[in-house]
Design a protein around this ligand. Structure first.
Ligand code: ADP
Length: 615
């Protein structure tokens, strides 16, 4: 369904970025939490007023002091009193605006982190295949871009709009003061704002047009960086001296990135020159108007000095205001991208259905074909089979036959290119993701241990852990002896990335941990094991097999192993070859047939006998 969209650039763009990006709807949406909070609204208004009057206070004190100096009433007391009143007013306004700004800062940070949580949750439920679509992942990076820091993107936007309230009040007050002298000043300032905004908008659009390139380069640089520092790959990188190769891959990406930055910085330099010229022109207009008015006797010396100092502040304030407006315009594009990702339907699974009833389920593949994203090669080709409720099936086949792929489709992690998969006659597309996943106890071939405690890993949760059940699961897999020898027992942290006293288990021990996790999970209706013992030694493997009866009880099970002899506890064997089930039956039935199974079994048998003879 939606998977076809991602293959085509235009369709992907149309899907993820529907309609034109408009500032006002984005603002309306972003300010929903602000609109609903009278406290924050009051803080916005309070900040705008208290911060916005600060430049005017400075201008007024100039007027009062120069006026006093040039009048006969000038004496130290009145001068100090005027300066004191100014200092007090300045202190009160700036203290209030700083307080309001600082207190609201963390609230805006919280809003950003909340969006970050939501987008992370979205990624954790999207179709897994999308991770393999690098063009889509660049789009995702764009979506994350506006959530990256305090001063840019969504949070920067909130802060900037908050601050721009104060600047707007300053611009209005100073404009009113100066426009009283001549409307020419108002016209000139409007011209400066319009030219400044046009220049900045040009830059914003230029940068945004290249955003996809920035994201692509940035993602590649980060990936290369993390691969270079990857502890797991560290042995291979050193042994095969791959640093030089990394440098070679790194350099073109780095150069392309630098070329883009240089092009945009060059354009910025030209436009900043234009901006300085317009501001200088505004200063000249203001100065000419004021000098004329003073020479014509229309304003006093005190007013002249006050208005001149207002002119200087005016240019600065207008510059700040145009910068804030252009920032808001620029960041709204990126914020809109974040909203687009949040709104897009990225999972092909339904959000309602479930498989009714309890107990083991039937699994049926009907004419399922599948090719990985970005590839035309059919890994599974018109594949049909059924596993009955409670049946134990082994899935065997050569490396690359598509066994793991079949499991990924069954778990709903990828969608078939064509054909349907049913669990108890319910099409898995119609099953809610959580309901679908809760049907399975699964152990995968590749083991991904995260930096949680052993108990948290086995229970796959942080709280409400049934410790006794966790220990029981660890005992079944033969890992309890080792775990109980740790000082913190089942609460020992894994890995050393978060805690110094974390433990690093061996490949086989990690695999036992993963089996324990599948065992801990209650009420599962299908057990799927993809080479669950690949990293175990022969004794540990044998010990686990002895537990399999207890382990699989009451569940339909699909067991993948390249060791054909290890499938003896299964009711039926499915042999995958050429993208479909080439042979199926019991071990005896398959051995009685001329075919790949018998060939594989006898070849493996010879190999293991030879191994035993050597040993
Ligand atoms: P098996 O589990 O039987 O060894 P897999 O299901 O892992 O086989 O792989 C089947 C085929 O699909 C292989 O040719 C492999 O190269 C390809 N393949 C596996 N994973 C991916 C992927 N993420 N993207 C593209 N091709 C893949």
């Amino acid at each position: 369904m939606i998977s076809a969209i991602w293959e085509d650039k235009e369709r992907r763009k149309a899907y993820l970025h529907p309609g034109k990006k408009r500032l006002l709807p984005t603002l309306w949406r972003m300010y929903k939490p602000v609109r609903q909070s009278p406290r924050i609204l009051a803080a916005c208004v309070g900040y705008a007023l208290s911060n916005g009057v600060l430049p005017l206070l400075g201008v007024l004190v100039t007027y009062v002091l120069v006026g006093l100096l040039s009048s006969s009433a000038a004496n130290p007391q009145t001068m100090f009193m005027a300066a004191g009143i100014y200092a007090l007013a300045f202190f009160l306004c700036s203290a209030l605006s700083n307080q309001l700004n600082n207190r609201n800062y963390t609230w805006f940070t919280w809003l950003r982190l909340d969006y970050l949580n939501r987008i992370n949750a979205k990624l954790m439920t999207m179709d897994l295949g999308l991770f393999e679509n690098s063009a889509f992942m660049d789009d995702v990076q764009t979506g994350f871009y506006s959530l990256n820091g305090n001063n840019d993107g969504l949070e920067g936007y909130y802060h900037k709009i908050f601050e721009s309230g104060g600047t707007l009040v300053s611009v209005l007050l100073l404009s009113a003061l100066l426009a009283l002298q001549s409307p020419l000043i108002l016209l000139a300032s409007l011209a400066v704002i319009v030219i400044g905004l046009a220049a900045k908008t040009h830059l914003v659009k230029l940068r945004y047009r290249h955003q996809e390139d920035f994201m692509r380069h940035g993602r590649r640089l980060r990936l290369l960086g993390s691969e270079a520092a990857n502890f797991q790959a560290g042995k291979d990188l050193r042994l095969y001296n791959m640093a030089g190769h990394f440098k070679k891959v790194f350099e073109p990406v780095f150069d392309a990135n630098m070329r883009l930055h240089r092009m945009i910085t060059g354009r910025e330099l030209t436009l900043s020159f234009l901006e300085s010229m317009t501001l200088a022109a505004l200063d000249i207009v203001c100065a000419c108007v004021l000098v004329n008015r003073r020479l014509a006797g229309a304003i006093s010396t005190a007013e002249f000095v006050m208005l001149l100092s207002a002119t200087v502040l005016y240019a600065q304030t207008i510059l700040e205001f145009t910068q804030q407006l252009s920032f808001i315009k620029a960041e709204s594009l990126y914020v809109q991208d974040t909203f687009n990702i949040l709104e897009a339907q990225l999972s092909s699974l339904s959000d309602t259905g479930k498989v009714p009833g309890e107990g083991p389920v039937t699994v049926r593949f009907e004419e399922v074909s599948f090719s990985y994203p970005g590839s035309d090669r059919l890994v599974l080709d018109n594949l049909s089979f059924e596993i009955k409720a409670g049946e134990r099936c082994a899935l065997v086949g050569l490396n690359g036959a598509g066994k793991t792929t079949l499991v990924k489709l069954l778990l709903g992690l990828y969608q078939p290119t064509s054909g349907q998969i049913y669990i108890n006659d319910v099409n898995i597309k119609t099953i809610h993701q959580d309901n679908l996943f809760s049907l399975f106890g699964a152990v995968f071939q590749e083991v991904n241990v995260l930096a949680f405690t052993i108990a948290e890993t086995v229970a796959a949760r942080e709280d409400g852990i049934d410790e006794a059940r966790g220990i029981e699961s660890l005992k079944t897999t033969g890992l309890w002896e080792k775990v109980s020898s740790f000082d913190k027992g089942i609460h020992t942290p894994l890995l050393k990335v978060m805690q110094e006293d974390g433990v690093i288990l061996s490949g086989g021990e990690n695999q036992k941990l993963m089996i324990a996790r599948a065992l801990y999970r209650q009420n599962t209706r299908i057990m799927v094991m993809d080479e669950p013992t690949a990293a175990l030694d022969a004794l540990a493997e044998q010990a686990i097999y002895q537990q399999f009866d207890a382990l699989l009880q009451g569940r339909t099970s699909l067991f993948i192993s390249h060791r054909l002899a290890s499938t003896h506890f299964c009711d039926r064997i499915l042999l995958l070859d050429g993208g479909h089930i080439a042979q199926h039956g019991t071990h005896e039935e398959l051995m009685a047939q001329e075919g790949l199974y018998r060939h594989l079994f006898t070849t493996q048998g010879k190999y293991y006998q030879e191994q035993e003879a050597i040993a």
